[in-house]
Design a binder for this molecule. Structure first.
Ligand SMILES: NC(=O)c1ccc[n+]([C@@H]2O[C@H](COP(=O)([O-])OP(=O)(O)OC[C@H]3O[C@@H](n4cnc5c(N)ncnc54)[C@H](OP(=O)(O)O)[C@@H]3O)[C@@H](O)[C@H]2O)c1
Length: 203
């Protein structure tokens, strides 16, 4: 059992976290870490079955967890999801933007639809969710917004046997890079942290 002092330093008990992409990969790992540290966690992704499995896994570990199924590339669905995600445990203190798409056709094969989808999920959604929750975090005097990005936001992928895919456009890094400025201008007195985790070299 954690000594009181350590609990005071590191426990997330009483905090609520919304984790997009929390049904898979990095988002799921982050949701598990937050849940095991005591936070109540709401997962957001599209596929209901994967969400149910992820929530069941968290509950088996003793975590408080729930889920919202939504396509974050659809603005109306995102706004509904932002509201629905507050219902199980209340307003989030932590937002993790881990949902993302990673389409890597070569430049000449990349369609406008691929581009638009990448921008909608990887760039617009973190902005819109940050806008939905961030000001209220500021109003309460505490909040954390964590945006995942990729090294592909700043460099092309050159994989053996494949053509150079120069335009995998992971917009999260652009948003994350802009966010410290946004945080200062939009919420000058609030201890809100925007951070970019650019997982360089992971692929
Ligand atoms: N894995 C790596 O090595 C790596 C390296 C650098 C950066 N990244 C970035 O980190 C993020 C997560 O990567 P990952 O490897 O963990 O990916 P992943 O395992 O494919 O998980 C992606 C998650 O996002 C959800 N998602 C995708 N599109 C969505 C949409 N339109 N609306 C709502 N949820 C959506 C997926 O669920 P549904 O499909 O059910 O919606 C899933 O939960 C991505 O932004 C990725 O580009 C990953």
């Amino acid at each position: 059992m954690m000594p009181d002092y350590m609990e005071e330093l590191y426990s997330l008990r009483g905090l609520v976290a919304v984790v997009t992409g929390g049904s898979s990969g990095i988002g799921q790992a982050i949701a598990t870490a937050l849940g095991r540290a005591g936070a109540s966690v709401v997962l957001v992704a599209r596929t209901g079955r994967a969400l149910d499995e992820a929530v069941a896994g968290l509950r088996q570990l003793g975590c408080r967890a729930d889920r919202v199924a939504a396509d974050l590339g659809d603005r109306a669905a995102l706004q509904r999801a932002a509201e629905l995600a507050t219902r199980p445990f209340g307003e989030p203190d932590v937002l993790v933007n881990a949902a993302g798409v990673n389409l890597r056709p070569p430049l000449e094969a990349l369609s406008a639809e691929d581009w638009d989808r990448t921008m909608a999920v990887n760039l617009d959604a973190p902005f819109l969710l940050g806008q939905a929750y961030g000001p209220r975090m500021a109003g309460r005097g505490f909040g954390r917004i964590i945006n995942l990005a990729s090294q592909q936001a700043v460099r092309a992928v050159d994989e053996p046997g494949q053509q150079l895919s120069g335009v995998h456009a992971d917009g999260s890094a652009a948003f994350a890079a802009a966010s410290p400025v946004d945080a200062r201008t939009a919420m000058p007195r609030a201890p809100i942290t925007f951070s970019a985790s650019s997982l360089a070299g992971a692929r």
